[in-house]
Design a protein around this ligand. Sequence first.
Ligand code: HEM
Length: 524
Amino acid sequence: MLIEIMLVVLTLFLLLYRFVTKNFDYWEKQGVTQIKGHFPYGSHKEIVTQAKHLNQLIQENYEKFKGEDFVGIFLLGKPVLIVQNIDMIRNVMAKDFNHFVDRNCASIGQWSSGGDLDQLWAQGMTELLGDEWKDVRSAFTPIFTSGKMKGMLKMIAEIGKAMKKNFEKYADSGQDFELKEEFGKFSLDSLAACAFGLNPKSYEEGSGIFVRSAAAVFEISMVENLKVLTRFIPGSAWLQQKLKIDVFKPKETKFFRDIILKTIQHRRKTGERANDLIDLMLDCMKSSDNVEVVENEQADDSKLKNHKRSKELTEDIIVSNCLVFLIAGYDTTGMTLGSVGYYLSKYPEVQAKLQDEVDQAYEASGGSLPDYTVIQELPYLEMCIMEALRKITPVGGIIRACTKDYTFPNTNITVKHDDLVIIPASGLHNDPQFYPNPKEFNPENFSKEAKAGRSPYAFQGFGQGPRQCIGMRFALLEAKVALMEVMNSFSFIYSDKNPEVLQIDPNSQLGYVKGGLYAKIQRR
Ligand code: HEM
């Protein structure tokens, strides 16, 4: 019996070995420089062991292979092409978007392969594939137009007041504080207010389970990382679906799902409206209109053209997307505000220039927070946010899955249906060809002239093309309100608690700085 068991184990091992290693010459065969794959982790053991963050690896590869248009790697056994040439990046993200519609490959790695809770994530916009994604994206895009954002400004401004009070406490005590932690409270409360009419009151002492659950989603242990990565092993996704195994944060997912469902049911029963994202999504669900051309005020490349909705939206889709908005928007915005705070404390001349712009806007509106249009027209404010996103980029590698075989123009390089492509955001953001002196924090990198002088694809803070961040306008509005409120009353002071050299924390999902970023604050 023992021999039979050993034989089965050996056969399974050999099969796994074959599955993982069979493509290890995939890129070489096409004449692409590749980073050698090793069983079982592929090209980068560090991703599996969490010794290095993906953002850092992508930047290191970009610098090491500068001048190469493409670099091939393997994630476990999966061939992944890093596209470094800026024109080819535009092809993938916009021009030939129809070949790269998805962010996940259909055969493996999908959340939908787990239990019911994983399947909720599968219906979120970040994970959806093909026409299903187009249906949901086109239905929900109108939620983020300026008209709707104007309506949300009031809710965000309310949370801004609580944030200011909290900073007064730090101004009185002169204590250092961790910037992302404090701004994360603002980000979470504004999202919770705008998404489902709740106020988790993160600024109050001993804040509750809502705040803890949101934070827990971003604390990924090595075991959890491995569980997610197993989806890249052929056959594993199928097995997890059969056994209904939820691998991604089941406890927290259930917590948020129940809140959203309760809110939907309450709104339906009472007819109450908060004009938050839940209401706007429920409106979209009722509307049977097909969306022909999606209203989108961003660049032409980002438009999802001529898509007709093929399927009705279900309650599950609303729950999934509320969940996704909360998770996609919480840490990203908190982290970005934290980075801006850090750099303002480090570069007092930039802070003084920003304060001048903000002061003038407050003065013109009689001392109170200016209205939506004025906020949107403050150039230096947006330049500071974009530069902070360039320096500390939450999503350092933007992923696309090939949905239709594609040969890059004027090359013999073909990516096949289901191959993955990475756009090296963290590499592009540190390339002196696009950003002179990239190590410096210099908001002038985002002046009108500087932007006009380089390809828009050199900035990937929110991604690009029809699949770029749908919440960008909302995130920018939140960040602008928070910074205006702080800059109008306080100045950030550099804290000695900051590390001398910033390093990406490999355990942080979004590549935040190891040890955190600190500042003190003083009244002006
Ligand atoms: C500073 C804050 C934020 C940053 C840096 C950020 C960044 C990104 C990036 C890089 C992507 C991938 C884009 C691509 O693949 O081309 C993305 C996608 C997405 N983001 Fe954001 N994001 C932020 C805030 C938000 C907010 C506030 C929301 C929701 C209210 C949101 C919702 C989403 C969704 C749903 C997607 C997937 C879009 C799709 O697949 O169609 N994000 N974000």
